[in-house]
Design a binder for this molecule. Structure first.
Ligand SMILES: Cc1cc2nc3c(=O)[nH]c(=O)nc-3n(C[C@H](O)[C@H](O)[C@H](O)COP(=O)(O)OP(=O)(O)OC[C@H]3O[C@@H](n4cnc5c(N)ncnc54)[C@H](O)[C@@H]3O)c2cc1C
Length: 375
């Protein structure tokens, strides 16, 4: 039987993007909604669990020196917001873990920023003694980078959303939508196989499916492309020391970091894909194992598990956050690429400000607008 759900904002997508914004909106609307708190924010997710797609497949590292300046600013703001949230939690979400970039002089210099300072090869080898000296000639260190317990962060947003009266509906894929009433004051009627939702505002947090979802709402797709990225947890002869930095090749051939007595490795690939439940390829993982064994002495002995996720990017590589320029009541929250966790809380704050007409104009708002040139 089709049940109808009425709400103020319907967020489509239960990854870190949708969940963090839904929680922020519910917290801001709680107590101020004339219809009462229940039903003001509803999140609908196609899969039976939250974070099933890219948000459960990340490397779990937040790196302030990574990405263009607008991303770096959003990352610093996210770190501040998560640290403020941690004060109310029994377990911390973040833990210190530096980020060491290695390569040749030019490639390391290209990635220099105020958060990354150059270090001598001897210092880099002191921090990451498993590296073979011939594998690199220059290095940069970001000591502001941290490990992120992404499960705990997703759970924090889930609890905040439901605690403020928001609702989560799982296992329902949005398949059709139509606008009823006048543009500007109309209602979206949104259909899944089992449910019908009504809301004046719909947020597109559909990750790799964001352009597909836009099509359902009659919005112009923005050329968002999902790119494959694989990671694996491997067994090693010589485990990395507690406190070891994450190590990344400046030419984007690999990165690795400690995962207890095991090591997480990635080929840092960026291969365009369709939106799908992507899977790793054995040959890619084997080639990566050989490469990491050739540049380090950790001695990989076997692959415990491997996975692939999709990092979805707009043509200019920046997230897309804001009202669709042509379709009434349709809001974009997509294209987070490889920065989805490290920018999440700041983007949720920015998006909630735009949606509730409460945010100040700022550079990020313009840079991420779906109406910008470049998308
Ligand atoms: C290997 C790898 C390593 C990474 N490492 C990092 C890292 O260290 N730090 C970092 O910040 N970022 C990292 N990222 C990027 C980060 O994981 C992503 O940016 C982030 O998870 C994207 O979140 P999302 O909510 O936009 O997408 P998703 O998590 O994919 O969520 C989108 C959701 O929308 C749902 N959906 C789609 N269509 C519909 C529909 N029609 N109806 C209902 N639901 C729908 C999907 O089922 C999905 O659950 C990494 C990514 C990969 C692949």
């Amino acid at each position: 039987m089709t049940v109808s759900t009425d709400c103020d904002v319907l967020v489509v997508g239960g990854g870190i993007a949708g969940l963090s914004l839904a929680a922020e909106l519910a917290a801001r609307l709680e107590g101020s909604n004339p219809r009462g708190p229940s039903g003001s924010v509803v999140l609908v997710e196609a899969e039976p669990t939250l974070g099933y797609h890219t948000s459960s497949r990340s490397a779990r590292q937040l790196i302030p020196s990574y990405g263009p300046p607008v991303i770096q600013d959003l990352t610093l703001r996210t770190l501040a917001l998560i640290r403020a949230a941690e004060a109310h939690l029994s377990e911390p979400i973040l833990a210190p873990r530096s980020f060491l970039l290695i390569g040749d002089e030019e490639s390391v210099r290209d990635r220099a920023s105020s958060h990354m300072h150059p270090v001598m090869q001897a210092e880099a080898l002191g921090l990451a003694p498993e590296l073979k000296p011939e594998a690199f000639s220059a290095a940069g260190l970001d000591t502001t980078s941290v490990a992120c317990n992404t499960d705990a962060l997703l759970e924090y947003h889930r609890a905040r959303l439901t605690g403020a009266g928001g609702r989560i509906v799982m296992g329902e894929r949005v398949e059709a939508a139509r606008l009823t009433g006048e543009p500007g004051s109309g209602q979206w009627e949104v259909m899944t196989p089992g449910l019908r939702f009504e809301a004046p505002v719909v947020v597109n947090a559909a990750g790799a499916w964001a352009d597909t979802l836009a099509g359902i709402f009659g919005a112009r797709p923005l050329g968002l492309t999902p790119y494959r990225r694989t990671a694996a947890v491997v067994d090693v002869e010589r485990p990395l020391e507690d406190g070891a930095p994450m190590v990344a090749d400046a030419a984007d051939r690999f990165y690795y970091r400690r995962e207890g007595r095991q090591v997480l490795i990635s080929p840092s690939e960026r291969e365009a894909s369709v939106a799908e439940d992507s899977r790793p390829r054995d040959e890619d993982v084997q080639a990566l194992v050989e490469l990491v064994n050739s540049v380090t002495t950790m001695g990989i002995t076997g692959v415990a598990r491997a996975w692939t996720g999709l990092r979805t990017e707009a043509p200019d590589g920046l997230p897309v956050v804001g009202w669709d320029p042509a379709v009434s009541g349709f809001f974009w929250l997509a294209g987070q690429g490889g920065y989805g966790f490290q920018t999440s809380s700041a983007i949720a704050e920015l998006a909630a400000g735009i949606l509730l007409a409460a945010g100040a104009e700022n550079d990020a708002r313009e840079a991420l607008s779906p109406a910008r040139t470049g998308v």
